[in-house]
Design a protein. Sequence first.
Length: 587
Amino acid sequence: MAWQEIFTLVVVAGTVVVLAKEWLAPAAAVFGGVVVLLVAGVVEPSEALSGFSNPAPITVGALYVVAAAAERTGLIAPLVDGVLRDARGERRALARLLLPSAGASAFLNNTPIVAMLVPAVSRWANRTGRQVSRYLMPLSFAAVLGGMVTVIGTSTNIVVSGLLEDAGLDGVGFFEISRLGGPVALLGVVALLAIAPLLLPDRRPAERDLDSEVREFVVDMTVDPGGPIDGRTVGEAGLRDLSGVFLVSIDRGGRFIAPVGPAVDLHGGDLLRFVGRADDVADLHNRRGLSPGAREHIEGFDPAKLTFYEAVIGPASPLVGHSLKEVGFRGRYQAAVVAIHRADRRVAGKLGSVRLRVGDTLLVLAGRAFRTQWRDRHDFLLVSRLGGVEPARSGKAPVVTLIGIGIVVTAATGLTGILEASLVGAFALVLLGVLSPAEARAAVDLNVLVVIASSFGLGAAISSTGLAGRIADLVVDGFGGLGERGVLLGVVLATLLLTELITNNAAAVLVFPVALAAAAEIGADGRGFAIAVAVAASASFLTPIGYQTNTMVWGPGGYRFGDYARVGAPLTLVVVTVVVALTPMLW
């Protein structure tokens, strides 16, 4: 084994560990790995930077702009009320939600689709007395499945298309991937309709039942010295039987009182910790005699100009691993966090000192421009206004629809390439005033584009050093006894493992050269193996952090980490079975 192979293996393994442990942002980790290989002389500059000249990252960036325009104009969210209005029965409601969501995800990036639908579905569930946890995870999974249907459905498909072009083959046709992705998506949605109602737990019981299953927010409030409740008991102050809120403990100068009975006296300066639903803990800020526990974060804000928002922290957020105090949240975001929800346990300690994690949902008090300013940044995966969303620019929706249809038709018929169609569509949206240039620029997630472009350098090293062939030998030796489908199974399982550990795009790029080498070794069609990798790389259903739409619904759905595997494991089995069964028949 040549030193270049060993060095590449160490760098790739190190990059995977850094990504899995979240020690660095994905863009920094992947680009850093490429730089190390370049400096060591393992790859030439043209190989290391090949992804930056590949059409894939630019195409993905242009499609981000199209997806943002669809979100701004409210193209999809208003359909929820109409589709679900008279839905009777859980499976019927799920079918009405999942099928259109998967269909829309075939042509738009699934992240903004989920971002649009989460608040709408949550409001519908609350209004009709349903458990929102029964719908949000299936919504995320359906959006992921829908992205497998066309080449523009997800960035991973575009990346694999670019890799095929780099390998001297034709890129993936617009509907070519549909031959495999269509059956996978259809059977996947059918499986969701069958198993989700049986396996998904209720994470929200009856309206007033505040037990451990509630999606709880934690909020600290201070008793105002000399205020109307100073010196009164908890019962007299009306804090014992609050609707949807429970007084957990009292911190009196370092002495904790818990549980809190109705006869406990309240003293000025007492720090009261409440738990409850988002809208109910928000109402505590209007109760006389109580002030926010982190008063310094609230002072100076004009309440008349403020709105409550829910903001979900994603894996690429600079907030992960830091406390609100460390990042200077108020100064950085011109907003204040008044409560924190953590899906798997109740947060402990003062809110300002809690170290934030992926999936934490913050209840934020901010100006009305907060959502517009931060919804397209990687700081938060999802930002939704409590009790409603800002008015959409519905007058521009027909323009977005026509441009979207134009992109699909011109790319599908071969009139133009996907890159050209996407760029013209994005430019037209700005030219026609659907998005401002600043909004279009903000819609593009540069971190994702850097990960995609940098991943090409890692893939080039795996291929050029011969490491891909060596790993392919191991796959063939281990699974070759099962024939072509056995080798394909090995490739698919490797892709699934990596996509749960690191980003789906990086997983596809790392496995792609191995897939081509393995296919060549057994005389199979490498194109089919490559498309199987694209589908498998998107099939992230086992954890809330494997795919960003899963993370987006983690907090709003009140899920625990293990809930994903309960539904995701059988769904993954369906995907693997269909991919391994159909791919050799189609290519």
